[in-house]
Design a protein around this ligand. Structure first.
Ligand SMILES: [Zn+2]
Ligand SMILES: [Zn+2]
Ligand SMILES: [Zn+2]
Ligand SMILES: [Zn+2]
Length: 382
């Protein structure tokens, strides 16, 4: 689009330059008003026109122009309007007035004075002139009916072939459209704004634009969803850590309960004969004190009496002690586990998988005709 803008601008510049040249050359001739001068003027006009067409043709090859860095730079710095800066009628009158509006019938720029005159002049009062500052978003194609033929790049397309549905130039008629009925664009375009084609294409463009806007929306929504999905997945992975912690706490408290119960059982087994042992301990302590006393302070008679009285008792105590020792077991609690790095790595090899998900899009938002063609394409592929 920018390339075309530039072209249009260049065209105007070339044309203005050509006009200036023409003025310089034709002024003395006009003054003398001789036949020779008239011939010169006609020749000059032709030269200007063909020069203009040649140059225009040169710049209407956007591919070659935009491939050079120079052209690109020009395009970028080209913040200028699509239209000539100067009023074209005034320019023809050798005056420079700033452009105010653009007449779509004449396809030329007008200053505010010429705009005023254009509106009241009988010849042009039906024309439509639009202020150029209200036309900032339009493209060159909407403001030009001057299009060169692709096959004959020096000739303007002025005809229409309804058989081929093609625009063509006068040189095309005897060749590709030899047997077609040809009408002039001038004649055939008189009610074009009310034509079915213009109306249909206007609706088509609007619908296509809406469908493209929907596509853009869906795409940007999709991008937002992906960003959101990443956040959700990251937080779910974090939640898995909490799941681990919770499960660990559960297993931990289970083991704690187990050790409590086992400890109780073990302790009760260890303390099972505590009373008997204590009783034996106390009575032997007493006997020990008795013997110690008699050893230290008693008479032999007392020693004889004590030994003979306590003999069966001590024999009984010995067998009691032997029984208790026979029952004695050293018991305790111990912890065994096979949970370690290797166990965990084998038990839980991964926390999950992440994969690309794809949902098929129903073509309900776009035009029925396109949806139908998409469907049949899919069916062919399937
Ligand atoms: Zn003017
Ligand atoms: Zn006009
Ligand atoms: Zn042609
Ligand atoms: Zn044809």
């Amino acid at each position: 689009m920018y390339v075309t803008c530039l072209i249009l601008k260049l065209n105007k510049e070339i044309y203005s330059e050509a006009l200036k040249q023409k003025k310089k050359e034709t002024k003395p001739a006009a003054a003398s008003n001789t036949v020779e001068a008239k011939q010169t003027q006609i020749r000059t006009d032709r030269e200007i026109n063909s020069e203009f067409l040649k140059q225009k043709n040169n710049v209407t090859k956007p591919d070659t122009a935009s491939n050079t860095g120079e052209a690109k730079q020009e395009l970028r710095t080209d913040g200028q309007s699509l239209f000539s800066r100067y009023c074209e009628p005034c320019f023809r009158g050798n005056k420079e007035s700033i452009t105010f509006s653009w007449c779509s019938d004449c396809e030329e720029t007008l200053c505010s004075a010429c705009d005023e005159a254009h509106r009241i002049s009988k010849a042009s009062m039906s024309h439509t002139a639009i202020a150029v500052d209200k036309m900032s978003s339009i493209t060159p194609i909407t403001v030009s009916s001057y299009v060169l033929c692709e096959a004959h790049p020096e000739i303007n397309m002025e005809f229409y072939c309804s058989e081929h549905s093609l625009l063509c130039c006068r040189a095309c008629i005897p060749t590709i459209h030899r047997f077609c009925s040809i009408v002039s664009i001038e004649d055939v375009s008189k009610t074009a704004k009310q034509s079915a084609l213009f109306e249909k294409l206007s609706i088509d463009v609007k619908e296509l634009f809406d469908a493209t806007a929907c596509l853009k929306d869906r795409r940007s929504n999709n991008l937002e969803e992906i960003i959101q999905q990443e956040l959700t997945i990251t937080s779910k992975i974090k939640q898995l850590k909490a799941v681990f912690d919770k499960h660990f706490e559960k297993l931990e408290s289970k083991l704690e309960n187990e050790i409590k119960q086992l400890k109780q059982k073990v302790v009760s087994e260890v303390t099972q004969n505590e009373n008997a042992i204590d009783k034996l301990y106390i009575s032997l302590k007493k006997h020990k004190a008795d013997f110690q006393f008699v050893t230290d302070h008693g008479s032999n008679k007392q020693a004889f009496m004590l030994a003979n009285i306590l003999k069966p008792e001590i024999e009984k105590k010995e067998s009691e002690l032997n029984e208790l020792i026979a029952l004695e077991r050293k018991i305790g609690v111990e912890f065994e586990t096979n949970v370690d790095n290797v166990y965990l790595e084998n038990a839980i090899k991964s926390l999950g998988t992440i994969k690309i998900s794809e949902t098929s899009i129903e073509y309900k938002n776009i035009r029925p005709s396109i949806a139908q063609s998409m469907k049949s394409k899919e069916e062919k592929l399937a």
